[in-house]
Every structure is written in structure tokens, then in C-alpha cells.
Ligand binder design. Structure first.
Ligand SMILES: [Zn+2]
Length: 132
């Protein structure tokens, strides 16, 4: 990954044709960009893990009883392309924002969820309920 300039640079670097296999060390840079561009750096870094998932590409979970990580994002280990990975991470970050900042039930695709659509669009990303 090139040293981070902008999201557009990264998306361009990876291209849209290539499948993107997610490694844990690729997450941090993209997380920081999204946090800055979309969430005004209001999100602390949650625990993020990757694994092969069935029926979903991403998942946000809140567990107030967890001993270590109350906020957790799980990402699928393989994406159609790099942009899909960025969009899924962004989607789960909206759920995180809903829970952490708005104190909402995290799993809802409600008005507040879609209020981020414009900010996503501004940096070339889609915010949708389902991606495939
Ligand atoms: Zn969702």
C-alpha cells in the first residue's frame, strides 16, 4: 500500500478488476481515512478482525459485557475489489457511530444511517444496505 495520500489514490492503485484479499495490516490506513473524511475523527479504533464469513461481508457488534472489546467489527477476508472492502468497512463504521455517538441500536438502517450517504458519495463511495 502506498503511503497514504487520499482514498482516491488507494482505490486507483488497487484498480476495480482485481479481487482483494484482506490482510489485517491493510485495515488501519483505510480506517483512519474514513474516520477523518466521514466521521470527523470522532470514532476511536474498535477491535477489527477478519475471517471467512457466510452470508455477510461485514458485521458490527456491541457487547457491553465483553471483558476487552465492547465494540467489534468483523470483516470478510475476501472482496470483489478494494473499493468493496472500503465500502463495507465504512458501512460498519456507520453502525459503530450510531452506537457510540448516537447511542442507537446499532443494527438499524434508519434515517441516521442514510444521512451519511452524501458524505460517502463525496469521496466516491456507495452506502447501501446490501452490497451483493
Ligand atoms: Zn448494516
Amino acid at each position: 500500500m502506498p503511503r497514504t495520500k487520499s482514498l482516491a489514490t488507494l482505490i486507483n492503485h488497487y484498480g476495480s478488476e482485481r479481487e482483494f484479499k484482506l490482510k489485517a495490516n491493510k485495515i488501519s490506513d483505510v480506517y483512519k481515512i474514513l474516520n477523518r473524511e466521514i466521521f470527523n475523527n470522532r470514532l476511536k479504533k474498535p477491535y477489527i478482525l477478519t475471517r471467512r464469513m457466510h452470508g455477510a461481508l461485514g458485521l458490527f457488534e456491541f457487547n457491553p459485557y465483553a471483558t476487552k472489546h465492547c465494540y467489534r467489527i468483523t470483516l470478510h477476508n475476501k472482496f470483489k475489489n478494494f473499493q468493496e472492502f472500503v465500502e463495507i468497512l465504512g458501512h460498519e463504521m456507520v453502525h459503530y457511530y450510531q452506537k457510540l455517538i448516537l447511542k442507537q441500536n446499532s443494527a438499524k438502517h434508519n434515517k441516521e444511517f442514510y444521512s451519511f450517504k452524501r458524505k460517502f458519495k463525496k469521496i466516491g463511495l456507495n452506502l447501501k444496505r446490501v452490497y451483493r
